[in-house]
Ligand binder design. Structure first.
Ligand code: MIG
Length: 777
């Protein structure tokens, strides 16, 4: 398998004729069936079948289909050319004439022409470090980046493909958005028009201006989604692949990890330090060292002398959980119970000789559960069941790319050796997530499982959060983290984030501060670093540095009610947590912004992500002023220049926003979603209306699905600075929500639910100095 080479279109054969009635096309004398099915919401499925060539769709997770529709914005015309009609009735995406769909053996591709100046986004996990993705050729094949590429490749530049394959592309043309999803688990590839001079190898590449998506094998299943807006498109995609069920509230807190924590004593020490320094932290992670000789599901007595349950119970006092790592590889060792049992039950992948396939990972020779099949998944879930009952809060799935060390993974066959590696390679982690999820549910049927995974595929959104794998403590990876997380967020993977501070290499004080300021509101927030690297726990930095790190961790906890509600909204609508500016605004000039992002609709960040950068420009989109969270000023939209401050970071709140926050400055993990401060961001003489549906539940169980949830509807109307707020509890399943209103601004008068209320002066700290606010009541 070459990761960085792609099939070339001149090697493909294209249809001569297509009969739309009989849905048949001829290629090279062979007959194929080609059809376009239409679903509600302008969702289209293009499928080509030919039993001699492809053996059905091998995806483990099916898509969640909207009801069928009679609408046909996407049409297949002569030669199976596809045409997608835009808003005004003319094609905005069309097949290359005569060469729209092609085959070469088992490989296939679709070639398109897109309107003037198209823009491209998404592609799942990529670390190209640009948000916009014109001019890339890329493959989707899960890799163990540090194992499969040399250090000179991943040191401080993009390496492709990384851990997680999501063959999905967003195409923007004019102000209309299109999504292309390859529901095909084999190695897939894409080529976007545009020229990246640094990658032009032969002059010919400059003439290539087609959009190409295809696969090296597998039944062609292309999904074409029409927005028209980016929001509508993303919602449709997320619902098609599966929304992320609202995670437990603790998993949205701060996570502390390091490869090297030895066990009980280290965890208790961390617990004490977080308490002493009054830094909230919801979980402590255990890497490989808790296992007995890298044997999965076997906790070592040195690490946890009384068993992990004892440590878990001791950490409960401060509300912290343990999250241990789990690798898929089972030590190939007669006598080791997990191996013996798996061998007896025949759950491992085979090689071409019909024997268990052996790779080389941490335990040495290792065998691999066949997660492509139900029976081995059930077997695995049984072990997870016992594991979860040892007192672990969740788990962290690593090496599921799958990483086989120096051994070629292509020799790993599935389904009793009958199926090729390539059909399940990209889905290996997905199968592991499905089985692990199942095991946690069996152990704790009414608790929302928390699983973090390195690799995955379409459908992973239903089972796991993802982190972007091994990065380095340098400014390239800090910068790349924004486009990478935005790309994932637009590709149906809303719960994601990088290793904060960087995994490899020694972080500097400055980098740790810059990364924390940039990353503290990412959907998933875990500080993790590698064995032997400079310690990255906040209290291992000089006091002034720790002070800044702590300020931002606390600010995340202050904003947890907002973040949690974004996840609730994501489950309902499919809107991601982290969004590019063009998700919310239609201004020109927002389509290539790599260094700004939104958290939800209302919080805009423009962090400093270049080494030694002293000033930067910030684009404030839209037509209304933004609230500068650092100094409380209202700033007119447009471009502003800001100076870097030691403690501050450029963070702006949208005019009219109502942000639910925890009261005061959180210094520990305590969270009570019903005691909430609603911060209203209302410019002094503003006239307008705004509203928020705020949701509170227990943040832990599935009871919310049976009505144990409360909702408070808050509306605010400002007429020339005279403010009228209404709050009405519209659902009571989780008891009374007790609101306090905090106004950032100087209203002339305020009424709450029709009554005059006192405006008491108060102070709130966000990213800078204490801000003057009015606390109502
Ligand atoms: O080959 O478990 O990405 O987070 O600390 C390294 C040790 C294996 C890779 C993971 C990293 C983890 C490390 N693992």
């Amino acid at each position: 398998m070459y990761f960085t080479k792609y099939p070339h279109r001149a090697n493909f054969s294209f249809p001569q004729g297509f009969d739309p009635e009989g849905r048949t096309l001829e290629i090279n004398g062979q007959s194929f069936r080609g059809e376009v099915a239409s679903y509600e919401g302008d969702v289209y499925h293009v499928r080509v079948t030919n039993d001699a060539r492809w053996d059905g769709n091998k995806c483990l997770e099916s898509l969640i289909l909207p009801p069928p529709s009679e609408r046909h914005r996407l049409k297949a015309i002569e030669n199976f050319e596809l045409q997608l009609l835009g808003r005004n009735g003319s094609p905005i995406l069309r097949s290359v004439a005569g060469e729209g769909f092609g085959v070469c053996g088992k490989a296939h591709l679709f070639q398109f022409e897109v309107g003037e100046e198209p823009r491209f986004y998404g592609m799942g996990e990529k670390n190209f470090a640009t948000f916009e993705l014109s001019g890339y050729r890329t493959k989707y094949w899960n890799t163990d980046v540090w194992g499969d590429f040399s250090a000179s490749q991943w040191g401080d530049g993009p390496v492709d493909p990384p851990y997680f394959a999501t063959p999905y592309l967003v195409v923007k043309t004019g102000d209309e958005y299109i999504g292309l999803l390859l529901h095909n688990p084999y190695a897939t590839f894409m080529e976007t028009p545009g020229i990246d001079e640094s990658r032009v190898f032969v002059e010919w590449q400059r003439t290539s201006n087609h959009l190409i998506v295809g696969s090296e094998d597998g039944e062609p299943n292309l999904w074409v989604l029409y927005g028209p807006s980016l929001r509508e498109l993303t919602q449709k995609l997320q619902k098609l692949v599966g929304v992320t069920p609202v995670p437990p509230l603790w998993s949205l807190g701060y996570h502390q990890s390091r490869w090297g924590y030895a066990g009980h004593d280290d965890l208790m020490d961390l617990d004490a330090q977080f308490e002493r320094h009054k830094i909230p932290c919801d979980s402590l992670w255990m890497d490989l060292d808790y296992m007995d000789g890298y044997r999965i599901f076997k906790t070592s007595e040195t690490a946890f002398p009384g068993g992990a349950t004892v440590t878990a119970a001791a950490l409960e006092k401060n509300g912290r959980r343990i999250v241990p790592i789990l690798d898929p590889g089972v030590k190939f060792e007669p006598g080791y119970a997990v191996y013996e049992d798996g061998h007896k039950q025949d759950v491992f992948c085979r090689n071409a000789e019909g024997k268990e396939f052996v790779g080389l990972v941490w335990p040495g020779e290792t065998v691999f559960p066949d997660f492509s099949q139900g029976r081995p998944r059930t077997w695995w879930a049984g072990y997870v069941y016992h594991f979860a009952r040892e007192g672990f809060g969740g788990t962290w799935l690593d090496m599921n790319d799958p990483s086989t060390g120096p051994v070629d993974p292509q020799g790993m066959l599935f389904n009793e050796g009958k199926e090729p590696h390539a059909a399940y390679h990209n889905q290996y982690a997905l199968g592991m997530q499905m089985a692990t999820h199942e095991g946690f549910l069996q152990a704790k049927p009414n608790e929302r499982p928390f699983i973090l995974s390195r690799s995955g595929f379409i459908g992973s959104s239903k089972h796991a959060a993802i982190w972007t794998g091994d990065n380095l403590s340098n400014y390239f990876y800090l910068k790349a983290s924004i486009p990478t997380s935005l790309g994932l967020s637009l590709s149906g993977l809303p719960f994601n984030g990088p290793d904060l501070g960087g995994f490899g290499g020694d972080v500097t004080d400055d980098l740790m501060v810059d990364w924390t300021k940039a990353g503290f509101l990412f959907p998933f927030l875990r500080n993790h670093c590698g064995r032997g690297q400079r310690p990255q726990e906040p209290f291992n930095f000089p006091a002034p540095v720790m002070g800044v790190l702590r300020r931002y961790i606390r600010l995340r906890y202050k904003l947890l009610p907002y973040l949690y509600n974004l996840f609730v909204q994501q489950e309902a609508t499919g809107d991601p947590i982290m969004r590019p500016l063009l998700y919310e605004f239609e201004d020109a000039g927002l389509d290539r912004i790599d260094d700004q992002f939104l958290i939800g609709p209302s919080v805009l960040q423009a962090p400093f992500i270049d080494k030694d950068q002293k000033t930067r420009t910030v684009i404030l989109p839209g037509s209304e002023p933004w609230y500068d969270a650092t100094n409380g000023d209202w700033v007119e939209p447009g471009t502003v220049k800001v100076k870097k401050g030691r403690e501050t970071t450029p963070l702006y709140v949208r005019c009219g926003a109502i942000l639910p926050m925890q009261p005061g400055t959180p210094t520990d993990n305590r969270k009570e979603l019903r005691e909430v401060h609603f911060h209203l961001f209302i410019p002094p003489t503003w006239s307008g209306e705004t509203e928020l549906e705020y949701v509170a539940d227990d943040g832990l169980t599935f009871d919310y699905r049976n009505g144990a949830r409360s909702t408070l509807r808050v509306t605010a109307v400002s007429v020339d600075g005279n403010l009228a707020i209404r709050a009405q509890q519209t659902a009571n399943g989780f008891g009374a929500i007790n609101p306090t209103f905090v106004v950032h601004g100087e209203p002339k008068s305020v009424r709450v639910n029709g009554a005059d209320v006192a405006m008491n002066g108060g102070k709130v700290v966000l990213t800078g100095k204490p801000l003057d606010v009015k606390v109502l009541g």
